[in-house]
Design a protein around this ligand. Structure first.
Ligand code: CDP
Length: 230
């Protein structure tokens, strides 16, 4: 069966990665979390005190960054490695989340990440989630999903995730981070978060994980069918 590219874009913490992982598993596709790349670059900049308002310094820093998604044999999930170090856990920290949208808005950073993302999709059979995947990275993807969910529900979901790691975190910090990132991501000059004109909208505010997967599976079946007969 010929493989397609599936893109999932949308607001912060609306369950994109959960759906992307579900679909990749069902279809035997590769899952790529593009946000993890921006988070890992942010971690590198923070650790190395890179002045990201200084373009030559940013370009020089990017030359020293190697990003790899490596499979964890215990969990079967891919994890982000920065210069050989597994950073999958640390990049989820609020310290990184507070800076990532500023860094992801830098043109040179996006060029660096987007060219690697396009490389990963060259053989298709990929599910990638992010903000600009259906609009900029794979504008010709066979299936584009735009995910959304009620803001309070998104805040609750992300709070529960972060609270497990850090019980000192407050719901207000999480809400502020979500709102700030959504604003910066949708207002930046380069590749702002937008719904692609040919994307299908999935609002999962009141859908279980099983129900959201069923909706997406139906869309996948339609696209694979169209590809075979069309
Ligand atoms: O999972 P969550 O919704 O918190 O976000 P993420 O996918 O981990 O992405 C973190 C940040 O990276 C976003 O808030 C964006 O600033 C940036 N990002 C982006 O600009 N373009 C992408 N394709 C993916 C993420």
């Amino acid at each position: 069966m010929s493989k397609i590219i599936i893109t999932i874009d949308g607001w912060s913490s609306c369950g994109k990665s959960t759906l992307a992982k579900q679909l990749a598993k069902e279809l035997g596709y590769v899952y790529i979390d593009s946000g993890a790349m921006y988070r890992a670059i942010t971690l590198y900049f923070l650790r190395n005190h890179i002045d990201w308002t200084n373009t030559p310094e940013v370009m020089e820093a990017l030359e020293h960054i190697t990003l790899e998604f490596l499979s964890n044999h215990k969990t079967g999930q891919t994890e982000m490695h920065l210069n050989g170090e597994n950073v999958e856990y640390v990049i989820r920290d609020l310290v990184v989340a507070e800076k990532v949208s500023d860094i992801a808005a830098i043109k040179e950073v996006r060029e660096y990440a987007v060219s690697r993302q396009q490389q990963m999709g060259r053989n298709k059979g990929i599910v990638m989630d992010g903000r600009d995947i259906g609009t900029v990275v794979f504008p010709h993807a066979e299936l584009k999903i735009f995910m959304t969910a009620d803001k309070d529900i998104r805040v609750q979901r992300r709070f529960r995730e972060l609270y497990e790691k850090n019980p000192n975190i407050t719901i207000d910090e999480v809400r502020h981070n979500l709102e700030t990132r959504d604003y910066i991501d949708s207002h930046r000059e380069v590749s702002p978060l937008r719904q692609a004109h040919d994307a299908l909208v999935l609002d999962n505010s009141h859908l279980s994980e099983k129900a959201q997967l069923q909706v997406a599976q139906k869309w996948v079946a339609e696209r694979i069918n169209v590809k075979h007969t069309g």
